[in-house]
Design a protein around this ligand. Structure first.
Ligand code: ZN
Length: 349
């Protein structure tokens, strides 16, 4: 037995000297400590020994097994270290190679316009409110005084998801109805709602099946009048388009406001003398507005005898196009970065 152990020790010393690869290690493990290994062999005929002898054999076998395992582990580590060092030296980073170019982005000007708008109205005490893009017919049309079958729906044909009841909102005004109902006719409201809207329009330079609206609503006591709307618009126009901007209202018609107006600003390009942007008129139409129709107030839970309000809406793309000289609305939505890059103007502060 002891002879055998000595033989194994000598043999492993010899074998270890010749180890060069991890495969050699695998082979050595199999040869000595595997199921058919030499050390396992030592304990094979245990049943022929007496109890005392078995103990002795077991002890010797375990001790040699530990010893051999240790020798193999040390060699394995040595080989692994060598492999790692080899790898490290062969994969050295060449610091003289040119680096990867990281493209620097800039805020989308559409986003910028909306943020500017939010800043202006938040400074006047308005809340910024969000609402669902998938909307019920009730909020998108009916509560806004556009019942089923009304001709005004034709201009706002949109995408229907379920029968005639669930649709992609054609305007953000539905959020106004939602907010009024939430307040149950009790509190004054000042809110704006920027967001995506959808219409079944063919895409061209000034139309898109998806575009952004920024709507606003103020509801307060009966003291609120068209003068307040004019003052609010004048203040916002000066902040958004410059202090020398003047404003005017032109009569218009919307179903949810009465009276209704178109909102114009003096041309920021020619200052009123006439140019291609204002089509020689000196004025640019930027949005629509009006006093909230009594039907809308009543349907949304506000007693029109006690509460008055005004609402306004702007097209975010139109504002961005005017402000940044973009001549095709599609530029905001196509994925050609070269085209978008042209409009990535950093603000000059
Ligand atoms: Zn002009």
């Amino acid at each position: 037995m002891k002879e055998k152990v000595e033989q194994i020790k000598t043999s492993i010393e010899e074998d270890i000297k010749n180890v060069k690869t991890l495969q050699d290690i695998v082979d050595i493990k199999a040869k000595y400590i595997g199921k058919q290994g030499l050390i396992t062999e030592l304990t094979k005929n245990m049943k022929d020994y007496s109890i005392e002898e078995r103990k002795e054999v077991g002890k010797i076998a375990n001790s040699i097994k530990d010893e051999v395992t240790e020798i193999i582990a040390a060699k394995e580590k040595e080989i692994n270290d060598a492999i790692l060092n080899e790898k490290l030296s062969s994969e050295k980073i060449d610091v003289t190679l040119p680096g990867l170019e990281i493209k620097e982005g800039a805020p989308s000007i559409l986003e910028k316009v909306i943020e500017d708008f939010e800043d202006v109205f938040m400074s006047m005490g308005y809340d910024v409110v969000d609402g669902p893009e998938v909307e019920e017919d009730r909020f998108n049309f009916e509560l806004l005084n556009i019942p089923k079958g009304h001709a005004a729906r034709d201009a706002q044909d949109t995408f229907y998801l379920k029968d005639d009841e669930i649709l992609l909102r054609s305007q953000t005004s539905g959020v106004q109805a939602r907010v009024m109902l939430q307040h149950e006719g009790k509190d004054p409201i000042r809110m704006i709602c920027p967001g995506k809207t959808y219409r079944r329009d063919d895409d061209d330079a000034t139309h898109s099946h998806q575009f952004m609206q920024i709507e606003g609503l103020l509801v307060d006591t009966e003291d609120i009048s068209l003068c307040d709307l004019k003052g609010t618009f004048e203040e916002a126009a000066k902040k958004l388009f410059g202090n020398d901007t003047t404003t005017r209202f032109r009569p218009s018609y919307y179903q949810f406001t009465e009276p209704s107006v178109e909102m114009d600003i003096s041309c920021f390009n020619c200052k009123g003398s006439g140019c291609h942007i204002c089509k020689q008129t000196g004025w640019i139409t930027v949005g629509g507005a009006g006093m909230v129709h009594p039907n809308v107030l009543n349907m949304c839970g506000y007693d029109a005898n006690k509460w008055h309000g005004f609402a306004f809406g702007f097209g975010a793309e139109r504002l961005a196009m005017l402000k940044y000289g973009v001549n095709d609305l599609r530029a905001f939505y196509n994925t050609d970065l070269r085209e978008i890059k042209n409009f990535d103007r950093r603000e000059e502060n």
